[in-house]
Ligand binder design. Sequence first.
Ligand SMILES: Nc1ncnc2c1ncn2[C@@H]1O[C@H](COP(=O)(O)OP(=O)(O)O)[C@@H](O)[C@H]1O
Ligand SMILES: CC(C)(COP(=O)(O)O)[C@@H](O)C(=O)NCCC(=O)O
Ligand SMILES: [K+]
Length: 258
Amino acid sequence: MLLAIDCGNTNTVFSIWDGTSFIATWRTATDHNRTADQYYVWLSTLMAAQKIDAEITDVIISTTVPRVVFNLRVLSDRYFNTRPLVVGKPECDLPVDVRVDAGTQVGPDRLVNTVAGYDLYGGDLIVVDFGTATTFDVVAADGAYIGGVIAPGVNLSLRALHEAAAALPHVDITKPNKVIGTNTVECMQSGVFWGYVGVIREICSRIKTERDRPMKIIATGGLAPLFQQHEELFDDWKDELTMHGLTVIHQHNVTKGN
Ligand SMILES: Nc1ncnc2c1ncn2[C@@H]1O[C@H](COP(=O)(O)OP(=O)(O)O)[C@@H](O)[C@H]1O
Ligand SMILES: CC(C)(COP(=O)(O)O)[C@@H](O)C(=O)NCCC(=O)O
Ligand SMILES: [K+]
């Protein structure tokens, strides 16, 4: 079975893929100091608790935090006796082209989302991923990643307000019922929520104008449903989009004999 690891700047998600479906998914806070042994104790405890008797034969990793790769590689070598595929490394082939400025390092999560989006929806897509940062990945008609947009993440924006202004508390994002807040918390939530609705609309509309063609907007990440319930901002929303992309890239490399 395949162990797919999607490491973001905030959380690291582990999923086990049996070839047809994900039989388990676990999430831990990203910490580049965590050793291979620590990962394994955590993973094997959860597997035992849920009575998951999976023999991991393959590992694929996508990470936006380069420093975690070493320990995840050791995890794979030591405990699963397999060399992991690491998205973005030369030995990991992608089924799509990447058309960006020479020397640019695209976040592996964005490449994985591109592959997943193209596999599920075809080309001419905008993939919006609500992570630590909010990324907009533009996918061409042939599936190529051709660039995009990076905006500050929703929670990052709220945290920035709290950290920079003495009188602003830490608040969680929610959908305010009205725009005009009548207390500090409502005012902050309104600024970030409605501001973000504007960010999503404006960026997607400008991308479509720049590309001069109809495009589907696909969203992923835990906060996508919060924005979707406001009104139709996205054509579809898929929770496990990045994980799906990892299985597609893994299969592509198996087929190529990598
Ligand atoms: N369902 C959710 N509701 C509220 N906040 C969420 C939800 N899912 C994720 N978040 C928050 O969104 C931010 C980004 O999380 P995540 O998608 O794990 O980021 P990354 O992929 O960059 O690690 C974090 O602050 C996380 O706590
Ligand atoms: C933009 C990101 C920080 C998003 O990461 P995340 O929020 O998923 O942790 C990541 O994709 C990244 O570090 N990208 C490198 C620059 C680029 O993609 O152009
Ligand atoms: K992400």
